[in-house]
Design a protein around this ligand. Structure first.
Ligand SMILES: [Zn+2]
Length: 260
């Protein structure tokens, strides 16, 4: 750990040149919670591949079915297509369980119902690490974020606190037989403009991430004329090289880590 990275960790400083710390590795179960099918594949899948290859368990929770994501497909049909693509995409990086919450794509509301749904899954899965994507107003600069990403990311950070408190959503404990879960140690936010930590990714993890993003075939076809595999390769490679200069020149997936 360098002085610069220690300072960044202690102060939350995010100066462009600060070195990134390695992500903690002493955990076994992670839950990744995002708004849409494809959200994890755009910025975090290579890290997920590295984790599952190392024997860690990662499960996905997707707040919507991405049914408003393809202009040419009506929502009901789109939901079926995107759900199938998300399962294939998860399998490509060693994730075998994907849950969907059925909040409505495009108009997901940050609030108690969303927190309640996420809390129920946190109490059932009992993860030590929770992963989500950028919930800030922008992607850095002037690239405005979507309301779904803002709502879900903020609800995830809130639900991690809710899950440990037996007096919040107590019906889950009496009706569902759940126990409070206060064992989340970190929330790692991918796609952030203010990273603090990173996971080094080898070629195998990068290739798995390319396959994982490529699995969103219908979505990518609706987005660009570029062939999905070539598009996915370019996006994933650009992503893992973006912060290499801040991680000893190594390709990495970067996160802003919120300790609990
Ligand atoms: Zn999204």
């Amino acid at each position: 750990m360098t002085d610069a990275s220690t300072d960044a960790q202690q102060t939350g400083a995010t100066e462009a040149g600060a070195l990134l710390d390695p992500m903690p590795d002493d955990w076994q179960r992670a839950l990744a919670v995002v708004a849409h099918p494809d959200d994890l594949e755009y910025g975090a899948a290579a890290a997920v591949a590295a984790w599952t290859a190392a024997g860690k368990e990662v499960t996905y929770l997707i707040a919507s079915r991405g049914e408003a994501g393809i202009d040419a497909l009506p929502p009901a049909e789109c939901a079926r297509v995107r759900e199938a693509e998300q399962y294939a995409s998860a399998r490509a990086v060693g994730v075998h369980e994907v849950e969907f919450l059925d909040h409505r794509d495009g108009v997901i509301e940050e609030g108690v119902p969303l927190r309640r749904d996420i809390t129920a899954v946190l109490r059932a899965r009992r993860p030590e690490l929770v992963v989500t994507i950028n919930h800030m107003d922008t992607w850095g600069g002037l690239g405005w974020n979507t309301p779904d990403h803002r709502a879900v990311g903020r609800a995830v950070l809130d639900a991690v606190g809710d899950a440990g408190n037996r007096w919040i959503f107590p019906e889950q404990l009496t009706d569902d037989g759940a126990e409070p879960w206060g064992g989340v140690r970190w929330v790692a936010v991918a796609g952030t403009d203010a990273p603090t930590h990173a996971v080094h990714v080898e070629d195998a993890a990068v290739e798995a991430a390319v396959a994982s993003l490529s699995a969103h075939h219908a979505y990518i076809t609706g987005l660009t004329d570029e062939p999905p595999a070539a598009y996915a390769r370019s996006v994933v490679h650009q992503g893992v090289e973006m912060r290499a200069a801040r991680f000893d020149g190594r390709r990495c997936v970067f996160f802003q880590l919120f300790p609990r």
